[in-house]
Design a protein around this ligand. Sequence first.
Ligand SMILES: NC(=O)c1ccc[n+]([C@@H]2O[C@H](COP(=O)([O-])OP(=O)(O)OC[C@H]3O[C@@H](n4cnc5c(N)ncnc54)[C@H](OP(=O)(O)O)[C@@H]3O)[C@@H](O)[C@H]2O)c1
Length: 325
Amino acid sequence: MATMRAAAIRRFGPESEIGVEELPIPEPGEGQLLLRLSYAGIGSWDAFEREGGYASMLGTRASFPYILGSQGAGLVVEAGRGADRLKPGDPVCATGFLNPKGGFYAEYAVVDEELGLPIPRGYSRLEAAAVLGAGLTALRGLSDALRLRPGETLCVLGASGGVGHLAVQLAAAMGARVVALASGEDGVALASACGAYLALDGKGPDPLDELRARGIASFDKLLLLAGGSLAEELCRMTRPEGAAAFPAGIAPEPDPSAFPGALRFYGEPDREISGRLLAAIEAGGIRPHVDRVFELEELPAAHRLLRGHHLGAMAARTARDSPRG
Ligand SMILES: NC(=O)c1ccc[n+]([C@@H]2O[C@H](COP(=O)([O-])OP(=O)(O)OC[C@H]3O[C@@H](n4cnc5c(N)ncnc54)[C@H](OP(=O)(O)O)[C@@H]3O)[C@@H](O)[C@H]2O)c1
């Protein structure tokens, strides 16, 4: 049986459970593609998967060894029956949340063809590996939940994180005036580079006073990518005829009494939104900032970093012949 290197867990638990193993290469079934991955994107939600959070939330039984990771990029090496949109040799990126035949922290993964996309024009495989999960979530939030319109003022809390830095770029490309609350000086620099009209440190001494000092007393729309008391204050600054939204899982989720209409959404992938994201990326020059690239053996350290300060996206090098990034 052909095998591959993969970072897997033998049981749910802390970062130290992740280890590199030789595991069987999965086989594509009907409508599926076998990808040889160059890189896997590391999502903030991968930690919740590692801890068994999704398995207990959804009541599913996991089988071990369990390969983590829900997005990546590489080449199609085999197409299953009925998969005829993408063909062997095509460079692709793909998502596969809780991917049934194993995650993306591996040399190979099998994905539904529906969730595969050509690599965006001008992107490296590294960028393509890191853009989909966070980009789809950002677009779902801005476009589907908030219905953001040109000329509106949008506040993004968590603007220097994985979803946030892409949300700032997408919203600016949609013609919104983006007020970014980022984390730390480096986060403020990243949010500014992403096209924010105003970027401030949301972890500074008094971000609300700073906003008011800059003449910002309210917003049309609010995208929350972090929870807590600042999130609730920002909900109160959102115009009653406006809208606030947050992806399920931000911690803590806002108290509905702070903004009763706050919309909870999911970054669910499907072919339709993937197509919209690809178009938005190519038209707007949207690019992920990949802050760090880890080897498969370094994934425990990458997961530890997810708990601390990090900027933009992170990725793992899954093929030894891929550039280190
Ligand atoms: N349900 C879904 O479909 C879905 C999909 C994707 C993401 N999510 C959730 O959405 C959230 C964001 O995802 P992500 O991938 O962007 O996570 P992330 O990369 O960890 O980004 C969150 C960002 O918020 C920043 N932050 C926290 N408090 C802040 C404050 N007071 N002011 C300014 N910035 C602050 C963090 O800074 P530090 O790093 O310095 O702490 C971090 O940069 C997560 O909770 C994730 O679980 C849900």
